[in-house]
Design a protein around this ligand. Structure first.
Ligand code: ADP
Ligand code: MG
Length: 222
């Protein structure tokens, strides 16, 4: 049995067409069913639904053989933190080029970001992405007071909790609705296939075939 870890929402939705291109149908809609383990039309392949940030954990510890996780999540992942694009116990064969967005710094329009990030100054930044934010501001020589949040980061500059946020942006409409402006682009984010290295040895043929099918689907879409 091969177990693929996906998170509900955009990663699940964007992975479906790639699976479909490989001739694989997922046999239940996670928005309608409460099931956490879903069969597919391919015998021997099942999907498990986990929190986006739990995908690396499931795959690393063998709860799933492979999974799909955003680069944002992989860069925050405990064992992966230092290794920007490296392994951290996970084999990363493929950029699936789905769930694409960017990680950016945003502030209130009336905040002077340029002045705040002058060498040697201090800034208060609220974010879910503390590792990435810390690395980013360290590379600029800016002292940063990081405030860890788990959601609704847009609220932080509006309430005076922080000067800036580091968050994912795609269209920018959420920022705009909250009168925030994107002041710096940190990195481009897309979702990656991650594979458990031990599983790759033990189930080589089946996993290789699945990875190759994902790759063919990505190439076909590009
Ligand atoms: P959660 O709210 O549990 O983090 P999401 O579905 O919002 O789940 O995000 C899952 C992944 O999708 C993120 O880790 C990121 O890689 C990607 N993502 C998040 N926000 C956006 C966005 N606005 N546009 C495109 N991709 C996004
Ligand atoms: Mg979200």
């Amino acid at each position: 049995m091969i177990t693929l870890a996906l998170s509900k929402g955009r990663i699940f939705d964007d992975t479906l067409p790639l699976l479909r291109a490989a001739g694989i149908e997922v046999l239940e809609d996670p928005e309608k069913s409460r099931k956490l383990i879903i069969a597919t039309s391919r015998p021997g392949l099942r999907v498990v639904l986990v929190r986006a940030s739990d995908v690396p954990t499931y795959v690393r510890h063998g709860g799933a053989d492979l999974g799909v996780a955003g680069l944002d999540v992989l860069l925050e992942d405990r064992d992966d933190a230092g290794a920007a694009l490296g392994g951290g116990g996970l084999y990363r064969p493929l950029d699936l080029q789905i769930a694409c967005c960017r990680m950016s710094v945003a502030t209130r329009a009336d905040f002077d970001y340029a002045a705040a990030v002058r060498q040697g100054s201090r800034i208060r930044v609220a974010t879910k992405y503390t590792h990435t934010a810390r690395r980013h501001f360290a590379s600029k020589g800016v002292h940063v007071d990081l405030i860890k949040l788990y959601g609704s980061m847009e609220l932080a500059p509006l309430t005076g909790l922080a000067d800036a946020i580091v968050d994912l942006v795609s269209t920018g409409s959420t920022l705009m609705a909250n009168q925030l402006v994107e002041v710096e682009h940190i990195l481009d984010v897309s979702s990656r296939l991650v594979v458990n290295p031990a599983a790759l040895k033990l189930k080589r043929e089946a996993l290789r075939a699945l990875i190759d099918a994902f790759e063919a689907a990505v190439v076909a879409r590009a």
